[in-house]
Design a protein around this ligand. Structure first.
Ligand code: HEC
Length: 290
């Protein structure tokens, strides 16, 4: 916590954090941990142009429009659920069911599909070209990010100002949500942990780090609407997958692949929680930690 504040101060976020106490007194606010207050203030009070993450939008757009792969195509015809080439508001409705793949897919999973179908990359090439180097270890010390995170930031930012609208009326998406909920509450691994052990209570910490209560919809909303985010502690952009993988790793469970059904299910669960809060997407988020 202390180091997060120090880092934040360096970047001039101190003012934003100082407003936190007013929020705590807001009767509409149900959660009670400092963490949410800090997160909220950093996201909403910091001018976008002070967020180093904004560069990822332009970088991502360049990558999106860059031709490549065996078919020498760009990603501009990728269908994120609203039709080929439509990026506006698409992220707000992801993960959703896609008939062409027969899968519920989130943003990263769908980008991978388009890299394979439109550009002709093999899964191995996608991994090498777009997911590395971050994908190798998902280490916090590795501040290099990936092209995937830039692409995801560009597409996600086209939904800024929209709340999440997850299509729970689609049976497949509902199933993904149920799976995510199951994963959240199921205890497993040698540590016998579930996500709720760390993220199901107010005011819980681990080694001094405040843990977000993801069952509090306001908290879930603040978190989910800010991914992909620039994480000050790491000095780089992070996607929702990265966070899922970090925590799965902390639970000593096997590696979770970007866009896999488990990754998508955890994301669907969090987004449905976020949807209940009505919080609006603001990407790139900026977080002291993530
Ligand atoms: C052993 C405790 C622990 C468990 C179990 C755990 N996490 Fe976490 N989680 C953390 C910690 C610690 C952080 C914050 C890291 C930081 O601030 O540097 C975190 C952060 C997060 C965040 C990001 C919060 C933000 O500010 O953006 C999400 C989302 C999350 N976890 C989801 C999950 C999910 C989903 C699971 C189950 C698959 C899970 N976590 C299991 C410890 C845990």
């Amino acid at each position: 916590m202390r180091s997060a504040y120090t880092l934040a101060n360096t970047l001039g976020i101190a003012l934003a954090l100082a407003g936190g106490s007013a929020l705590a007194a807001d009767p509409a606010y149900q959660g009670n941990d400092d963490w949410v207050i800090m997160q909220q203030r950093v996201n909403q009070s910091m001018p976008m142009d002070s967020n180093p993450g904004v560069f990822a939008i332009d970088d991502g757009k360049d990558l999106f429009l860059k031709k490549g792969g065996p078919k020498n195509q760009n990603l501009s015809q990728c269908d994120f659920g609203l039709g080929s080439g439509v990026v506006k508001d698409a992220y707000a409705q992801l993960p959703r069911y896609f008939a062409d793949t027969g899968k519920v897919q989130g943003l990263e999973g769908r980008l991978i599909t388009c890299m394979e179908t439109l550009q002709g990359y093999s899964p191995a090439e996608v991994r090498e070209k777009f997911l590395m180097p971050m994908y190798k270890t998902s280490g916090e010390e590795d501040g290099t990010g990936s092209d995937m995170v830039k692409l995801a930031t560009y597409v996600a930012a086209q939904s800024n100002g929209e709340p999440y609208k997850i299509h729970l009326n689609e049976p497949q998406t509902e199933k993904s949500y149920q799976l995510g909920q199951y994963l959240f509450f199921h205890r497993w691994g040698e540590m016998d942990l579930n996500c709720a052990t760390c993220h199901g209570f107010n005011g819980r910490t681990v080694r001094g780090v405040p843990l977000a209560n993801l069952l509090d919809t306001h908290t879930a909303g603040m978190i989910a609407t800010a991914f992909p985010a620039y994480v000050i502690k790491d000095g780089t952009m992070r996607t929702q997958w990265w966070r899922n993988e970090r925590c799965v790793m902390a639970m000593r469970l096997p590696w979770i692949e970007t866009g896999s059904p488990l990754d998508t299910a955890l994301t669907t669960f969090l987004r449905v929680q976020a949807m209940k809060s009505g919080e609006k997407i603001l990407v790139p988020g900026i977080k002291p930690r993530a």
